[in-house]
Ligand binder design. Sequence first.
Ligand SMILES: CC(C)(COP(=O)(O)OP(=O)(O)OC[C@H]1O[C@@H](n2cnc3c(N)ncnc32)[C@H](O)[C@@H]1OP(=O)(O)O)[C@@H](O)C(=O)NCCC(=O)NCCS
Length: 161
Amino acid sequence: MYDLTQETKDDWWEVEALYDLCFAPGREALSSYRLREGVAAVPELCLVARDADGILAGAIRVWPVTIGEANAILVGPIAVHPTRQGEGLGGYLIREVLEKARATGWARAMLVGDAPYYGRFGFDRLEGVEMPPPTNPERVLGAALVPDAWSGVRGQVTRSA
Ligand SMILES: CC(C)(COP(=O)(O)OP(=O)(O)OC[C@H]1O[C@@H](n2cnc3c(N)ncnc32)[C@H](O)[C@@H]1OP(=O)(O)O)[C@@H](O)C(=O)NCCC(=O)NCCS
């Protein structure tokens, strides 16, 4: 029902408009945006979902980050248009990103979000992994894309070089 494709530069403004619609004003003040500044997103993990008429229904973007010696993907922002929420599209986007990430060699994924939602995709609270302040540590979640990928990974999350 939805066609998932890699985001192109022609999609960019539409994705920005969707994020503006779905997030509270000032979204770019969130600490996760500090980790994205000046860093290229992971192109093959930035996806747009369009319906049969080509209307944008959802989007997800992904950036690389570093925690000490380890690297990870920072998943998000993700948004589904309010008229399309609750149909499973958000889950589809997240699962697709995690599968593609694993297939392209990423070992770990993290995000800042609601554990009750992201738990179903294998995300769990990350102990000792610190996002730039102000971030509620309860919302710092990680998923291992290969077994035990997060064990021993501790420290501050920083921008990828
Ligand atoms: C979060 C979001 C991407 C989910 O997309 P979606 O297509 O509605 O998600 P799905 O259809 O796959 O899943 C819907 C389920 O998730 C639940 N859910 C959605 N957001 C949730 C949240 N923040 N906390 C707990 N559960 C949540 C819904 O209640 C629904 O539950 P059900 O399966 O028991 O009915 C979408 O709601 C959205 O764009 N929200 C605004 C932007 C946002 O908050 N993005 C995430 C920032 S971390």
